[in-house]
Design a protein around this ligand. Structure first.
Ligand SMILES: N[C@@H](CCC[C@H](N)C(=O)O)C(=O)O
Length: 326
């Protein structure tokens, strides 16, 4: 079967975007899982952190679903939503759209370039909840905000939140960030364990200066990625709760793949977050996929470059230079 796809990234968190809207691919969820496992494999000719499936929606301009590279489906993906948002807006010839995700219909809109002329999109990250049952995190309390989890670490203080995919965040020092702590902790909570039955995205946050943070994330279902949009959004909110950053202000969030901006808003008791950053298209390809008993065999038939990555590398250089001060 022939499949058309776009390789894209947000902060070098990379995806294969497959539009099911106009094509009769007839994928069921087993096929979507198998495609994620096969095509995201870094040893294969494609490789990615996940697949974004664009689908028709009855309630929004389009629906999108995100499958992690291990074949599990996530409720949301912020970097992926910027790419999906750009794809849908360009396809419909509009600057704003609403995308149906697993738990909410979210606004996406074209934004002025965050750096040079890089295609930039702003997406809504919502709903946000601190209730442990929503992650889920099995502790005998309702929320966990700036508290220790002795079963996990004697030294770190955590905040747990769902945006709506689950995140465990902690503010760390440079030494803690460069240590093995994050790997040990992330592997513990993403293998069968009593605390996080569904696993969790684990972020280490470094406060750089007012208005700037660095976030490194071990993603559930993937492992370390260059960046995780929902994690950067969740982490920015945590730094606002701690009084380190201000509500309604764009905060620069540096990551191993570049930089985005996040702005946290509060209305009553409800938080929403704007995630603003690149939506870079790398290449369009047509692949020939064979579903066999032994697994999926995929071959790239055609590949056309978008040539957007040269421009994006300028943002990466800028981020690297900025980070070298800390
Ligand atoms: N990279 C994403 C999040 C992808 C889903 C995550 N691995 C999960 O399972 O929750 C992002 O940019 O938000």
């Amino acid at each position: 079967m022939l499949i058309d796809l776009i390789k894209c990234h947000g902060s070098n968190n990379d995806f294969l975007l497959i539009d099911e809207t106009d094509r009769n691919y007839k994928f069921d969820d087993f096929k979507r899982r198998d495609l994620a496992l096969a095509l995201c494999d870094r040893e294969s000719s494609l490789g990615a952190d996940g697949i974004l499936f664009i689908r028709p929606s009855r309630v929004a301009d389009a629906q999108y679903r995100i499958f992690n590279s291990d074949g599990t489906e996530a409720s949301m993906c912020g970097n992926g939503l910027r790419c999906a948002g750009r794809y849908v807006c360009e396809k419909l010839g509009v600057d704003e759209a609403v995308i149906e995700t697993m738990k909410a219909n979210l606004k996406v809109k074209k934004h002025e370039a965050i750096f040079s002329d890089i295609p930039t999109y702003q997406v809504e990250i919502s709903p946000v909840t601190f209730e442990l049952k929503d992650l889920p995190l099995k502790l005998d309390q309702e929320t966990l905000i700036q508290e220790k989890i002795p079963q996990l670490s004697e030294e770190l203080t955590f905040t747990a939140l769902a945006v709506p995919n689950p995140h465990l965040t902690t503010v760390v020092s440079k030494e803690q960030l460069e240590s093995d702590l994050q790997t040990e902790l992330s592997e513990k909570v993403n293998n069968p364990n009593d605390l996080f039955p569904d696993g969790v995205n684990v972020s280490f946050i470094r406060l750089l200066e007012k208005g700037s943070i660095f976030v490194k994330t071990y993603e559930r279902g993937v492992g370390y990625t260059n960046a995780c949009g929902t994690a950067m959004s969740a982490s920015t909110l945590v730094t606002c709760l701690m009084g380190e950053n201000e509500l309604d202000q764009p905060i620069n969030v540096y990551n191993n793949g570049g930089m985005v901006q996040c702005a946290v808003h509060k209305e009553g008791e409800t938080y929403t977050i704007d995630l603003i950053g690149n939506a870079t298209f790398v290449y369009a390809a047509q692949i020939d996929v064979n579903f066999t008993k032994e697994g999926i065999l995929a071959e790239i038939l055609e590949q056309e470059e978008f040539n957007e990555d040269t421009l994006y590398s300028r943002l990466q250089e800028h981020a690297k230079k900025y980070l070298s001060q800390f």
